[in-house]
Design a protein around this ligand. Sequence first.
Ligand SMILES: [Fe+2]
Ligand SMILES: [Fe+2]
Length: 478
Amino acid sequence: MQEEDLSKFFLNGILVDAAIQSAKIDNVDQVIKTLKERNITFLDQMILHDLYPENKSGSEYSVEIIKNYEGGTSASKPADWTAYFNDRFNRIKNILINKDGGGLMSISQVKNMPSGSDVKFIAMISSVSISPIKKFMILDIEDNVSSYRAISSTINQDLMQDQIVIIKGKKSKDAVFINEINFPDIQVRNGKPLEIEDSYALFLSDVHVGSKLFAREPLEKFIKWINGEVEEYVDIARLTKFIVITGDLVDGIGVYPDQEKELNITDLKQQYDELYSILNKIPKHIKILISQGNHDATHIAEPQPRLDSFFGGELYKLENAVFLSNPYQVNLVVGGHKTNLLGYHGFSITYFVNTISKYNKMTTDDVIAIMKLQLKSRHLAPTHGSTQVVPLTQDYLVIDETPDIYAAGHIHKTLMSKYKETILVNASCWQYQTSYQKKYGIDPEVAKVPVINLKTKDYQILDFLGEKVQIYKKGIKA
Ligand SMILES: [Fe+2]
Ligand SMILES: [Fe+2]
């Protein structure tokens, strides 16, 4: 930036971050006008990046944001938690009303009904227990006003604390005997092919740059491949329009005790700079969606904001990157056709692996079952405590819209499956087995890249670990 331009910003009451004073800005007057309209008085790399899309209109494919946490904090006082839980309850309640709203009562009304009446109502499950003789499932339930008890003679393994469901049953003296439970669940999306050319979305996660165990060579092979320099499946590389990275971009600093012994880059900013030097080699016509995970430079509680502009300063130079919160929901738009993508790092998945004994082995089927359970509950952390949350007035973990694709990471395993026309993806990692994983017998599936053709919704996983790029069959489940 020239001296003259810098003083233009200054005279208009806008300070320019030293880190971008050498950046090239084409239309300084237009940028100043936009910043003034938005009451922005400090121009840094993040703000500058936000101005890019305005210069990029007319592209035949783009990312349209549906839900993205833009910031906002909470004092985490009891009133904040009440507001947070009310928001969650009301959002999922509305989904349930749209699905099966006829004849609903409140719990207070249910309690006033004579014994023997048929009742139907919406409730949040505050606890689930099995009677000692293992014959009945007992649910403590509540809504915004009242609480009660419901009993089922069958054990429904999908029922968990804090889920919100419709209960149909018969009122008795002190409880409701359940006949049917209706989950909010996702809808069946239209799985018909889109009238567009073959267009691919690729999924990467858990890159863990900075770790001594970072799988640099396979990732470099991926970069060569995406640039069309590797023969195998080159058509997919050529027709790729989106690369989705669902968090743990870097290994971080101080994430667990003695982590520094396992790092070869011990400066957090340098870890992101290194990631920039890799992602900068991806062709610029491909949009890269970047969100954070529990190893990244932010708080661990969800929603996590988009990457910090100080640590991710270099990455914000990528004009083809879209920085998003964790979780987020967007449309991948190609030729005017939209594919709804829900992106989440996946932190709550390990809670359910650890607390539901049948999922303890964390097999592909187990993880698929957990991801389905999230969609069925319309919440990414259905049980409170399955991940840490910021009690905002809006619960960003509620799945308001049925996605075409639900993509996660975090478990360092790869899988693809389908639930009601929604494609489930867990992208693998770019980090070899850590000492922690060794201790718990977790064998990561390194350098696998799930691929979805947005036109046909066909999917497969490519393996970049071996000599040649090849199809990886293990993680695919019908
Ligand atoms: Fe990770
Ligand atoms: Fe993670």
